[in-house]
Design a binder for this molecule. Structure first.
Ligand SMILES: [Zn+2]
Length: 451
């Protein structure tokens, strides 16, 4: 919306800036897709501006999703009583049947659903590239452009098939050379390192039990030579820890540390099973963690030490994770789930509502290396905004708007903007037709369910 001015007036505002500044009734002015001013009281008059009445609402930064597998939106509710390894073993053959249209439909629907739950920036960890399936990564990129979210896809990978001691069947893994070539090509094709970028690509070998040591090492070297970030799954289950001890003689964190895989350019999904010294190590190296409490609960994997990681100084963001292990896929609800998980582990002081909101916004932005431009409401940052309606039946009367958002049910989304452009308004997607997305998703899910 170059040149256009958007004003949100009369809303409670949680800026999530470094000082935790909040306004009981404030304004925010967007100019050229960035935040021009934010503060208490009414907005200044600007001729020709679009003015949104924010009374009864809470304005927060748009939420940042730090871990997802969008293609899984088409493979939900499989392996309903399974551990991670059992679940993967049941799903790999289903996933081997994904095609470009299936991934495109799943990604568009999954992104639309994320937008409807307050998300303005998401990553995607796509690690499955069956032969002759088409240009799967491009289909997720196209879906993100269509829905209008800021998108940091990763070029994921697996090269350790069952015949070499890995968990996935051989037919869903690629060769090391093919992976490195395709990863470099993906960065060249889609990565925009510039200011206000709508798309940045990261490098993401899947997990210690599905990729070789060589792939981890080479991926890190490639990412660092290209100046892009690194992502993988780590320390999700005790089965993974057993696997690493047997195969590599150390824990998953020790394994990555030995390979030079801890650092401020890395964020890890899950990090559930960590020794106290490993938490300190993640904090000291600035390694980010994508905390996925609903997925961890769904698979019975455990409760991540999110509060200890925060205390150690590690960036911690929230992730819905792939929809095959977290069928709800609503990012706003992960704030409450994160609060519950931290309190189940550490008692009622385990996490506050504001810490949970910070994880979902600035914490996620730090994981993606984007905290200079998103994750808080400050002048100069991108106008990625979520305006939550809190005066309805579900929230009316709760004096603390941040508590209403985090402790309460997911509120209606009055407005969601990415760089000031409207994506959701009054709980409806404005960039695509939801019914058409749902029909395409149903078709894609049926297609992949049957050989
Ligand atoms: Zn995952």
């Amino acid at each position: 919306m170059t040149g256009a001015v958007l004003i949100i007036d009369g809303a409670a505002i949680a800026t999530v800036d470094g000082a935790g500044t909040e306004h009981s009734s404030g304004h925010l002015v967007v100019r050229d897709g960035r935040i021009a001013t934010v503060g208490q009281g009414p907005a200044p008059a600007v001729e020709g501006a679009r003015r949104v009445d924010g009374s009864g609402c809470l304005l927060t930064p748009g939420l940042v999703n730090t871990h997802h597998h969008l293609y899984q939106w088409a493979t939900r509710a499989y392996a309903q009583q399974a551990t991670l390894f059992e679940w993967l073993t049941e799903l790999y053959p289903v996933w081997a049947r994904v095609t470009e249209p299936v991934v495109g439909a799943a990604a568009a629907a999954g992104l639309a659903w994320l937008a409807r739950s307050g998300c303005t920036t998401t990553t995607d960890h796509h690690y499955l590239f069956p032969r002759a399936a088409g240009d799967l990564l491009a289909s997720t990129v196209e879906a993100a452009r269509r829905i209008g979210l800021r998108f940091d896809p990763t070029r994921g990978s697996m090269d350790l098939g069952r015949s070499n001691g890995g968990l996935p069947p051989d037919e869903v893994v690629e060769s090391l050379d093919a992976i490195l070539d395709a990863t470099g090509a993906a960065v060249e094709r889609f990565h925009d390192p510039g200011p206000g970028s709508m798309m940045r690509v990261a490098v993401a070998p899947c997990s210690p039990f599905s990729v070789s040591t060589e792939l981890l090492t080479e991926s890190a070297a490639l990412a660092r030579s290209l100046g892009v970030r690194l992502h993988t799954h780590l320390a999700e289950t005790l089965d993974e820890e057993t696997y690493c001890r047997e195969r590599y003689g150390c824990t998953p964190v020790e394994y990555l540390d030995k390979l030079g895989w801890l650092g401020a350019d890395v964020w890890l999904a899950h990090a559930v099973h960590l020794a106290p010294a490993e938490i300190v190590r993640l904090g000291a190296t600035g390694t980010g963690v994508a905390h996925c409490p609903s997925s961890n609960a769904r698979l019975g994997s455990g409760i991540a030490p999110s509060r200890a990681l925060l205390d150690a100084g590690a960036p911690v963001g929230l992730g819905v994770d792939g929809a095959a292990s977290q069928e709800a896929g609503r990012l706003v609800e992960e704030m409450r789930q994160a609060l519950y998980a931290a309190r189940l582990r550490g008692g009622p002081a385990g996490l506050t509502a504001r810490q949970s909101l910070a994880m979902a916004t600035i914490g996620g932005a730090r994981c993606l290396g984007r905290d200079d431009e998103i994750g808080s409401l400050e002048p100069g940052k991108l106008a990625d905004l979520a305006l939550w309606r809190l005066d309805g039946l579900g929230h009316a009367g709760i004096a603390d708007p941040v508590a209403a958002l985090v402790f309460g049910a997911a509120p209606p989304l009055e407005l969601l903007t990415v760089a000031g452009s409207v994506v959701v308004e009054r709980d409806e997607l404005r960039t695509a037709d939801e019914e058409a997305l749902a029909r395409d998703l149903g078709r894609a899910s049926r297609e992949v369910a049957h050989e």
